[in-house]
Design a protein around this ligand. Structure first.
Ligand SMILES: [Zn+2]
Ligand SMILES: [Zn+2]
Length: 316
């Protein structure tokens, strides 16, 4: 197999593009796909400050690397969720990456700043781990990006992630979620940061290849709470379709964004208030994150007062 560009020995074949690339030309292809996505969806401009949500996994580190290579002012944001060894290792990978490139990493520990971690959240609330985790991440990504004055928060969602979410939403005709499934979610002056996904044209296999070929050290293990998640099943289904018909996955997602999504978007009529506790936007009086935190800390204080008193956040 030879590189489509230079006819040297290829290191990767991309069936859906009917091509193969050597190392150099694969990295060029990868960067071009990111550039093209940023431009096509007008995600940000060169002078904008971008905050990249870093999990320590292949996608977010590949994204951060490309944005730095392309000369963007891209800082990282890592949230330590306190999920045992998984969080420990992924945090180390994120810090190592930042140190090697002299890049800025904002490191937020859920336990230090808010007095609980994800295992606490599952123990002291009725929420499943992934629900508490998703809520915390959404809140903190938004808060850090908005308070830090960033133009946008970029996440490492790739083609496989987005296609799997789309399939799940279509199977359940979850129209509200379909309306929100966009590579760009506009921010608002009221406290919502703009959210963008520059990796949607690249597959999971390609982000892994990018990390291997550039020597990025990422955490391979998945979050232990995500094992058996529904999204894995959808990804497998889509990969089976992709094997039969290369390009299917990309077509499914891109055609939706280009031709289908406008049927589902609608004006969001919900009036937004300011959370009485933290000042961030919410549809009620107190935002979901503050409600969860308050409920959790009071239960923790009741069940395990000594431990809880020592772990209370400074603002309490
Ligand atoms: Zn080549
Ligand atoms: Zn709040």
């Amino acid at each position: 197999m030879k590189c489509k560009k230079c006819r040297q020995k290829a290191v990767i074949e991309l069936k859906r593009h009917n091509s193969a690339f050597c190392r150099e030309h694969f990295l060029e292809y990868f960067q071009n796909q990111v550039k093209r996505t940023i431009k096509k969806f007008s995600m940000f401009r060169h002078r904008d400050r971008v905050l990249v949500a870093i999990s320590g996994g292949k996608d977010s580190l590949a994204l951060w690397d490309v944005l730095l290579q392309l000369g963007y002012q891209a800082d990282g944001l890592y949230i330590d969720l306190g999920i045992g060894e998984y969080s420990q290792t992924s945090g180390e990978k994120a810090q190592k990456f930042a140190a090697q490139r002299n890049a800025q990493l904002r490191y937020v520990s859920l336990a230090d700043k808010y007095g609980f971690d994800i295992p606490d959240a599952t123990q002291y609330t009725n929420r499943p781990a992934c629900s508490a985790c998703g809520l915390s991440k959404r809140y903190l990504f938004n808060r850090e990006a908005f308070d830090g004055g960033y133009h946008a928060i970029a996440t490492g969602h790739n083609l496989d992630d987005e296609a799997a979410t789309l399939l799940g939403n279509v199977l359940g005709w979850n129209t509200e979620a379909l309306a929100r499934q966009s590579p760009v979610l506009e921010g608002s002056k009221k406290g919502f940061a703009r959210k963008v996904k520059p990796l949607i044209r690249l597959s999971e296999r390609e982000t892994a290849a990018y990390c291997v070929l550039t020597g990025i050290d990422y955490i391979v293990e998945e979050c232990p709470n995500a094992l058996g998640a529904r999204s894995h099943f959808y990804k497998e289904l889509l990969n089976n379709l992709e094997t039969e018909s290369p390009g299917m996955k990309q077509k499914f997602l891109m055609e939706y964004l280009e031709r289908g999504s406008h049927y589902f978007t609608r004006d969001d009529a919900t009036e937004l208030n300011t959370c009485q506790s933290c000042g961030h936007p919410t549809s009620g009086d107190i935002c979901a994150f503050c409600r969860m935190t308050a409920q959790l800390l009071s239960k923790k204080l009741h069940d395990d007062p000594i431990d809880a008193l020592f772990s209370l956040p400074t603002y309490f």
